[in-house]
Write a protein of this length. Sequence first.
Length: 266
Amino acid sequence: MKIKMSVVLTFSLCMVVSCVQTTKTPVTKYEGPLPQTPETILRAFTFDNVSIEWLQACNERYPPMKWIQRILDKDIVFEDTNDFHQYMMLLRSDLMHLERIYISDPEKWLPKMYFGTIYEDWKSFEDAHIDRQIWKYQQTKAAKLADPTVVYVEFLGHDGRTVLPLPEKSVVIKRGMKGYGGGSSNRKFTEQQMFDIVFKGKHPWGWKVVYTDDMGNILPKKPPPISREELELPADVPWPPKNQEHLDRIYEDVRKGRYKNIGNNR
């Protein structure tokens, strides 16, 4: 008998331009003249900790003066070096990566559904992606400013517009129609902690646990843990399992016919 459900522990590592990034150097506030211009922005901030090759590639694809004006035209203000790092380094780098994927196979990559809208060409998708990443960055920045305990932000819901600020010890787990799906957390969350949540309903002490449905909507109540009935296991198997190794032994014993009372959840 094969396991009918897998619980996958994944880690939510902030994607480029999806989370507030900070430079290693002290944060410098913009104190130049207003309104901001490409010239004043480039005088106020510098490209630190980047390779010459990367910078040349970015500047060739997205020339700094034209790019900054494009950002300013969206009513964005470069408040400090973090903003400069985000808009001038991470966002341009992210777009170049996505464009390489598109160029390698444009017919397969587009038309692309992007948060409810279909984009038929790279240019329209590019601008939508810029707006989306700027919005996510600003939401994350605001959440961290409002609450210093916030480490990262998840964007949930079918349109990715539900903003969920999270502390360092937090995990988001999908509990859908077909059981538990992938979970997201930081690196400090262990596979055993995930196992205890989904099979025992046991939350690790000091951790914030958020459940969502298949569409990414936050569930208002804690859902029940996985039952033996969901997995169509015999009613007399030991439950809940202690860990993944124990669950594997249960399936092996069932396969060998050591349990006769077959569960039925139909």
